[in-house]
Design a protein around this ligand. Structure first.
Ligand code: SF4
Ligand code: SF4
Length: 380
């Protein structure tokens, strides 16, 4: 992408379309005989497949197109992300799944880990045992699992994952993350220099670029452009979004919220959860460093989930947030149960309004959602 010559709306449009554009890139990549690894979760230390010479791509589906096919095998009252991801795999409609040589999942929520069992009917699937707490024992187990992943990748792709290769991947992923953090933190400006929709599209779109170095360069150039351009005109209330992954619902949620407000911060998996925390490049044992960094992600599948609470406290202050909206995907039990603790933190400790909504990938609730989200932002 020629970030320096295109105008800003065109650049945002390119990022927004990146997931679709890279379908062809995935095919070309495979034609060159290069391996592709499909992943589902932010806990996966992408440094290892990258060090093994593979491209890494997210398989979390964002459309309800294949949910009816999934419901032939899975219960209807299951999270739409799980049903859609399984549906695309089953119907062979996701090019990323189709081209993946290996799919890696983790034992996060119950629905997902059971779905992985069925996915192995179609693909080579490795499931990593993710501990459910961030205790020292949990950390030891996670390091063991990361070492098991190393062995699986070595065998699958006939490579040796030397420490040097892994350290080089750690360095380059840190560089990518830092560039995205610098971009994301532009939203601390008041008013921000772009809408939350544009910000989300860049964060999400850049993860689908196969040439990761070029993607990082584009993000750095875009950050500079936005700094020069400065704030958008007109103050509006500032919203932080938290909860389940929003890939399949962000359009309806953000467009309703941004009628009267700016979504300035994302604590979800495309935002803070995947961005914050660099891996210690100088650690004596690089696997210790990887285990520490990844286990510190504040997902609701952890119990207790102190990291999410701490991250939220910090982000509400740093991004000068006026209200918090939590998006829970239908039947997502852990995020749903955790809404009580988040509401308490936001309203009692931080003294700002909070709204939790439950939704799915369909358009059936668009009108109702818009009414509730508009009412929330008008009150701020
Ligand atoms: S919400 Fe939790 S389980 Fe889902 S992708 Fe993010 S870290 Fe993984
Ligand atoms: S949104 Fe919730 S239920 Fe769905 S896969 Fe993620 S953690 Fe599991």
């Amino acid at each position: 992408m020629e970030t320096l010559v295109k105008d800003l709306p065109e650049i945002f449009e390119t990022f927004s379309d990146q997931r679709r554009q890279s379908f062809i890139a995935a095919q070309e990549y495979k034609q060159q005989g290069k391996p592709l690894v499909g992943i589902f979760c932010t806990y996966l230390p992408i440094e290892l497949p990258l060090a093994a010479g593979a491209a890494v791509v997210s398989l979390c589906s964002v459309s309800d197109e294949t949910i009816p096919a999934a419901e032939q095998d899975l219960p209807r009252n299951l999270c739409p992300l799980i049903k859609a991801s399984y549906g695309f795999a089953k119907t062979d409609k996701c090019p990323y799944f189709y081209f993946s040589d290996l799919v890696i999942g983790e034992t996060t929520c119950d629905g997902k880990k059971k779905m992985y069992e069925y996915l192995s009917d179609f693909k080579d699937v490795m499931v990593m045992e993710l501990p459910q707490s961030q205790s020292p024992d949990g950390l030891a187990l996670w390091k063991k699992e990361i070492l098991r992943l190393k062995e699986v990748l070595e065998q699958k792709f006939s490579v040796e994952l030397t420490d040097d290769k892994v350290r080089a991947a750690v360095k380059s992923c840190n560089k990518e993350r830092q560039a995205l953090i610098n971009f994301f933190e532009l939203m601390k400006m008041d008013p921000p220099p772009m809408t939350g929709m544009d910000c989300y599209n860049v964060l999400n779109g850049s993860s689908f670029r196969f040439d990761r170095e070029a993607a990082t360069k584009d993000v750095i150039a875009l950050t500079e452009r936005l700094k020069e351009q400065g704030s958008l005109k007109g103050k509006k209330p500032r919203i932080l979004l938290t909860g389940s992954p929003i890939g399949g619902v962000y359009q309806k949620v953000l467009s309703a919220l941004e009628e009267n407000a700016y979504v300035v911060a994302f604590e979800n998996c495309s935002g803070a959860k995947s961005l914050y925390g660099l891996v210690d490049e100088n650690a004596e044992d690089i696997y210790d460093a990887l285990a520490k960094r990844y286990l510190a992600i504040g997902c609701s599948c952890m119990s207790p989930n102190h990291y999410r609470m701490d991250q939220l406290r910090k982000m509400i202050d740093d991004f000068k947030v006026d209200g918090v909206v939590e998006v829970v995907l239908q039947t997502c039990l852990t995020y749903s149960v955790e809404t009580r603790a988040i509401r308490k933190l936001v309203t009692e400790e931080k003294g700002i309004p909070y709204l939790a909504i439950e939704t799915d990938y369909s358009q059936g609730d668009d009108g109702q959602l818009k009414t509730r989200l508009n009412a929330f932002t008008e009150m701020l």
